[in-house]
Design a protein around this ligand. Sequence first.
Ligand code: ADP
Length: 678
Amino acid sequence: MNSPEQIEAEKLLSVLFYSPNATAVYKGDDITIISANQAMLSFWGKDNTIIGKHFRTVLPELDDQPFFDILKNVWDSGETFTAKNYPAILLTEDGPQKFYFDFEYKAMLDESGKTEYILHTASEVTERQQAMNLVEEKSISEQKLINDLSALNDEYLTTNEDLVLKHEELFAINTELRKIRKKLITANHTLAENEKRFKTLVEKSPVAMASLKGDRFEIDIVNDMVLQIWNKDRSVIGKPLEEALPELKDQVFIDILSNVYKTGRPYYGKEIKALFHNGEEMKEHYLNFVYQPIFDENNNSTSILIVATDVTEQVIARESVTEFKNRLEIAMDASRLGSTEVDLATGKMESTPQFKYNYGYAADEEFTYPDLFNAIFPEYRDHVRDLVREAILTNGIYKAEYPVKWRDGSTHWIQAHGRPRYDKNGVADRMVGMTTEITDKKLAEQRKDDFLSVASHELKTPLTAVKASIQLLNRIKDKPYSPTHLRLIEQSDKGIEKMCLLIDDLLNMSRLGQDQLMLQYNTFNLHDMLAKSCNHIRIEDRYQIILKGNQSLKVHADEHRIEQVIVNLVNNAMKYAKESMEIHILTESLEDYVKVSVQDFGEGISESVLPHLFDRYYRADHLGTTYSGLGLGLYICSEIIRKHSGKIGVDSKIGEGSTFWFTLPKKTEHIIADAALN
Ligand code: ADP
């Protein structure tokens, strides 16, 4: 043990012995303890007798710990080993105990790099370690605690949420329960009062109401309104409907009620006719009503509630409006009155077929406001527009007469009446118009105007001649009577005769116009009458009137009027067939009537004018020759014959002459009956 190496080692390491750190020096691969200071010995619990001994020998308690192997490895490898907080179980007085060390086995190498010594330094860190352990332990337990707490917290939170939800649920249930309870309480009350209230409701209702119980429709509740319709009093309560109102037996109502009761489906009746007995007779009512089934808790009908309104007045009012409308339509059709409604903004028109027809459009054609204005003669358009505008401004009626040109080029006269209609803001948005075609009236007016000028002209001509003759006569009145006097008197007489004829025509005309041509019937010999009237006519000797036919023919007629016809026809023959020296008058007896014909052999009449000869004011052209006349003679003749229920006509050929004829019925009874009608 006292080897020089040992001494040298001791010398070398003597300084370490005083170090507060535990120090030991080992040597050799058996780890011989060369040196150990007090601090190290204290750790080991040994004294310095262990110096020079083998590590394993003196510290057998460390055998099952890694220290020897580490030392051996350091010795062999020459590599220093350093450890911190390394545990070691050491023997103490109280037995083995665990300590912690920071230590180093430092390999001290010789020049050849071989381990010469191992320097072992150690410091005990048990307390620190324990503190650390404690800290660690604490921190672990703290963490655990935190974890636990957090888990707990989570759990708590979830529980809390659940609780909140549960709480809310409970709260809601509670509120609901309270409500139900409240409802139950009110329901109890309501149930009791419901029936009462229902009854009052029915009784006080402003519409007719009744409740019928069971499938026999026993009258349960009724109000005055329903009793009024039924014309019954409250004694009907409790009776089945059919018994209370036997008149319903043949009407639809009981069947409908049965169906509602059976199917549970309500029935809505609109304007259904019902007949109720009012004591004397059946009275007609029109009703709007509902049959509403009432169910028990098993959904079976128990009764039917009737709610009805009497709409009789409305229905009758509407019917009379419809009736009025129909009558209006008939009247409008009959008078060929067309009507329209114009939308002023769009120009669209809703027109009746007659309205369209008045402007030359078919019923199915579109006809607009611009179309209407286009049809109007251009010179009338502004005037019509002004009238319409003024009607809108004054809310008045406009009336206009204007000619229109149909698309086929023909001209027609229209009389239009119109009135604006206003929307709820007072703005005129529509125009209602009525039109009728007045072409005939207009032509008649035109003819009348023409006629008046012709008539005055015709009268003025002979009057002027008469006036001139009289003036001349006046001048020579003191002179001795001469042929001039005679000529002037004759001229005046002719003029006056002409005027008389014209005035006769005019008078007859006006009588015809007023339908005052009264016939005075008598039975007379036709031939005699003709012979007599021809004496009147035969003024100018150059004409010869030849009477032909049955001389004993008698007729029942107005002799004077028939003579007037003959005179007219013979006068016309002389006037329009001057070259015909003979005028033949033929009387014939045919099956039911007699026929009288006046034939001339003059120029004849063109076929195209024949149909118009008997028209009022009609006068044919005679190629340059002008004849005085009013175009009334033949018209008056035709009217006289028509009144006698006879016929009048003409057969004529250009260049051969004309035959004017008329017939008179033979059957006097017939004539008398007709005359009585006249
Ligand atoms: P008015 O003689 O005053 O013109 P009327 O009614 O008597 O009127 O006759 C109508 C027209 O019939 C006459 O304008 C004439 O053109 C035609 N007319 C009548 N009688 C004859 C006749 N015998 N021959 C040819 N034309 C006739």
